[in-house]
Each structure stands twice: as C-alpha cells, then as structure tokens.
Write a protein that binds this ligand. Sequence first.
Ligand SMILES: [Zn+2]
Ligand SMILES: [Zn+2]
Length: 240
Amino acid sequence: MKFRFLGTGGAFDIAYGNSAALVEFKGQTLLLDCGFTVYPTLRQFQLTRGITYILLTHLHNDHTGSLANVLLHCHYFNPNCRPSILYPDDDFRDELYEFLRLQLQKPETYVDFVPLSEVPGITALDTYGLHAEKLQTYAYIFEEPDGDRFVFSGDIGKPEPLFAFLRGMPPKATTVFHDLTFSQENTAHTYYKKLIPLAQDYVLYGYHCDPTQNPEDNPLPLVYHQPELMITSQLEEAHR
Ligand SMILES: [Zn+2]
Ligand SMILES: [Zn+2]
C-alpha cells in the first residue's frame, strides 16, 4: 500500500494544496478526498486516468470542491475510466448524491456509488460532530492482509475517539496521518500538542496545516516534509 499526497494544506493554505492523497490499495488507485485544488493537481501530473475509487472524509469544499470536475473529466476525456464513489453508509451516500445532484443533475451518469463494505480492508470510523457541529465526517483505516495499517484522520478536532478505536483493533504496525493545527484556539482540528504523546505507539505524520507555521517545539513530522509521501515532489523530480 502506498500513500501519495496531492496536497497537505489546511482549507486556506492553497500554496500547499488541499489535503488529499492517491492511495495504491490492492492494485487499485483510490483518490482520498477531492478539494478544490485536487483537479488542477491531477491534471498537472496527468493522473486522472488511473482512478478506480473515490473516498471522501466529509463535504467541506477543501475536501470535495473539485469532485464534479474530476467526474466530468473522466466521463468526457478518459475512455474506460469511470470511478466509483465508495460510501460508508446510506445517509452519507444520500448527502453525497444531493451534493453532486446540484452540480451534475444526474450524478449516476458519471459515477457509480458503491458501498465501502464491497472493498474489504477499508474501515470507516464515524467521527460525526468532532470537526464541526452536526457535520458528518469519517476517518478511514486501510489494511492489506499482510501489510501494515494506515490511518487517514480526515478533519477532527480531538484525537481520543480515533485512537481509542485503533487500540481496540488487533495490534499491528500502524501509520497515522492526522490533521493538526498549531493554534490552540482552533477547535475544528487537533492541536498538535495533543498528538505528541500518541507518537510513542504509532508512526504519526501531521497534515492539513501550513508547514511554515510549524512551531520549533513540534516533534511530529509533517507529511509535507516527506518527499516519499508527496506526489508533487516525486513527479516534479521526475519531470526535471
Ligand atoms: Zn479540511
Ligand atoms: Zn473540514
């Protein structure tokens, strides 16, 4: 399994792209979140063609803002490319459908909606209300039979429920990609100091932030600084 981030910024950190990743999972490519910078990034590196699945953490614009563009592009320009949106439960499928219906009229023309349970190895953790009041959000846990476990937090204001859930799973080497904020007043994202003790038990990387604001006392590595996790630095290198 391989995570390649398309961006690691927060909602307003457009220089770093909206937080999203391409995940190589069981031989398929899964697009994990699709904010408003994702479509331009996919186009820049000619990456729209290989996407089999799309998985979304929540409906904020920095996670879904270019979803309709990606679907339209695949439909009109990529023969034999029809991504499926994986949905964790029926209520979220209905929200997603309505979100796309306002933009595409008939979303089913462009995309199939497939229950996440049809792709074994991906677990959704319902994190409703932990990011914004009354907002449906999910964290996702990826596991291949003989591989490590990888966790993508989505946007959550506190880390405890996710890590309590992880502790209830069979022990396994686990890498956690966790959103974080460097501002204690920001309750929509996890304050980085709350994550520091958890780095003893997990390989933990922070994302959804502006790396130039990273405080000197933050020991947690950021995804942005890991070239092997950043698709943009890999491909820019290849194009050089
Ligand atoms: Zn966000
Ligand atoms: Zn959000």
